[in-house]
Design a protein around this ligand. Structure first.
Ligand code: ATP
Length: 147
């Protein structure tokens, strides 16, 4: 018996499928949700969300939001969400570099700006982690440009 999983942002429906399990980045740590889970409403932190379906796993980069669990449905209202395939790794690398450079300037850790940049750093790190899980194109052998 599966559980419905819907991941939506203000702009779009990112994912809507019946799955076997959802592992979400809850505010207090990873949250595993199976069918018939008791109702729950919680916030999400920046992190990786994994859905398991028919022995396969799919990962999403989640930029915070809210998670609602009902016995037959998990709804994620994410501030930002991307599948591994959607992640622009070059953009995430640039965002990480920018955040690291700003943090190196020595802002006071108590400032709002510091927290904002730290969050940008977290988002980029998660995107880079999830982006590594891109499905291969199916073409044999990646091109080697090193010669
Ligand atoms: P950047 O500084 O590169 O804009 P950000 O962390 O500020 O990154 P967000 O505010 O989290 O970006 O997201 C803004 C929008 O851009 C969202 O729709 C999000 O899905 C998308 N997005 C951000 N970074 C990437 C990326 N590396 N690849 C694909 N989509 C991205």
């Amino acid at each position: 018996m599966p559980i419905r999983c819907e991941i939506v942002t203000q702009e779009r429906i990112v994912y809507a499928e019946d799955v076997d399990m959802v592992i979400a980045p809850g505010a207090e740590g990873a949250l595993g949700i199976l069918p018939h889970h008791s109702p729950l409403l919680t916030t999400l932190q920046h992190g990786e969300l994994v859905v398991k379906k028919a022995g396969q796993e799919q990962s999403f980069a989640i930029g915070g939001g809210v998670l609602e669990v009902r016995p037959d449905k998990v709804t994620v209202l994410a501030d930002a969400a991307e599948t591994a395939d959607e992640i622009d790794v070059t953009r995430a690398e640039a965002a990480r570099k920018r955040a690291q450079e700003l943090l190196a300037q020595g802002l006071p850790p108590s400032s709002d700006r510091f927290a904002e940049i730290e969050n940008a750093l977290k988002r980029s790190n998660i995107r880079l982690r999830v982006g590594q899980k891109k499905r291969r194109s199916g073409l044999p052998g990646a091109m080697d440009m090193s010669h």
